[in-house]
Design a protein around this ligand. Structure first.
Ligand code: FE2
Length: 373
């Protein structure tokens, strides 16, 4: 079965940040990304700088304004801080995907456009997502240069030493929205992208003693590897991490990107040595329960405990995951490292309570836990 929009999978994710060069160094050193291409004055682009970085199938673009007149970037960073501006879907035909999305309620940002140079052309179009983000439809089949026109070979000649992260591809991209926006964005994605709701967490499903949230996961109907959870705050005694995000990001936007590995124990060990900070681990009783359960977990539980890796079981499968602390200055965007085992399809719902309690401890330190603050 084929999806009507011709969606093949995720393509690149672009961040707007205060200093693209520093973000690029962090991704190279901490997560093992390669400097694959560069766009800036040297390639004829005068008002912004972009680093195109790759790690196996993951493609990210880190972009900063190099002139205050690039208001699209400066205004984004001024309001939201560093964050994800757009994620993209590789499609068979950009115009077809865009036309179907618009017919079904997609809000246009940019119509189909060919960007070309001597190496061929890239075709792109975009629709709106959340307050200030976009979903891009892209096809690069007719381009033979690096990434896109405007990008040239990387300028960095130095080798950045880092332990191999083993990171492989994007598993899912998550958005945080305001109270009463969850249904709106669920319908928007399902209609405009011909997606379906795959998992729902209602009131009482995800909560700690102090806070709660609602969540739904939408995905491509035909098995194309595109999954998008959406979170909304739910009433609780204290401020939930989703409310904190909305306050600190000054709006709705992308909360985290989950990246797969085939060996999470080695990945987390190496990322920690590379300097990546993770959320604090659950109590010892968490791992004792894993040892006592008959879950068929083949990884060494003591190693999972040593690195604070979370494990959630579902049916015959299970998933292993761990969340970084916020990557930049505000408590907004972070990465998730995930390994799916034996066909697990969930998102770690069994871990939500211990995860959120860990985040709440950090919220307390930031003074963002009490509702009055
Ligand atoms: Fe996730």
């Amino acid at each position: 079965m084929e999806n009507s929009l011709g969606i093949i999978g995720y393509d690149f994710v672009e961040f707007y940040v205060g200093s693209a060069k520093m973000w690029a160094y962090w991704h190279a050193k901490a997560l093992g990304f390669q400097f694959s291409a560069y766009c800036g004055s040297e390639t004829g682009v005068k008002d912004k700088v972009s680093y195109y970085m790759t790690k196996d199938k993951i493609q990210i673009v880190l972009t900063s304004a190099s002139k205050p007149t690039n208001y699209e970037i400066t205004s984004f960073v001024e309001r939201h801080g560093d964050g994800v501006k757009r994620w993209s879907l590789k499609v068979k035909d950009v115009k077809t995907a865009f036309d179907i999305a618009l017919k079904n309620g997609g809000i246009p940002v940019r119509g189909p456009k060919k960007i070309s140079n001597e190496n061929g052309y890239v075709e792109e179009a975009a629709i709106k997502l959340y307050d200030d983000a976009e979903i891009v439809f892209i096809n690069r089949d007719n381009y033979h240069g690096i990434f896109k026109p405007g990008f040239g070979g990387p300028l960095q000649k130095i080798q950045i030493k880092s332990l191999d992260s083993g990171l492989h591809e994007i598993d899912h991209i998550v958005g945080n929205v305001r109270v009463n926006e969850l249904k709106l964005w669920e319908n928007y994605l399902n209609k405009s992208l011909n997606f379906e709701t795959f998992i729902e967490f209602g009131e009482g499903d995800i909560s700690t003693q102090y806070s709660a949230l609602l969540s739904k996961v939408v995905r491509s109907k035909d098995g194309a590897p595109v999954k998008n959870p959406i979170n909304e705050p739910y009433e609780g005694k204290k401020k939930s991490q989703i409310e904190e995000y909305i306050d600190e990001y000054f709006g709705s936007g992308i909360q985290h990107i989950a990246i797969t590995t085939d060996d999470i124990i080695t990945t987390i060990k190496n990322l920690k040595e590379n300097g990546v900070e993770f959320l604090s681990p659950p109590p010892d009783t968490y791992y004792q329960a894993l040892k006592e359960g008959k879950w068929g977990i083949t990884e060494d539980i003591d190693s999972l405990k040593k690195y604070g890796i979370l494990c959630d079981t579902e049916g015959k499968g299970y998933l292993l995951q761990l969340f970084t602390k916020s990557v930049s200055d505000r408590p907004t965007f972070f990465y998730e490292i995930i390994q799916r085992r034996k066909g697990a399809e969930g998102f770690g719902q069994g871990n939500f309570q211990s995860l959120f309690e860990s985040i709440e401890r950090d919220q307390q330190l930031r003074g963002n836990f009490d509702k009055e603050s």
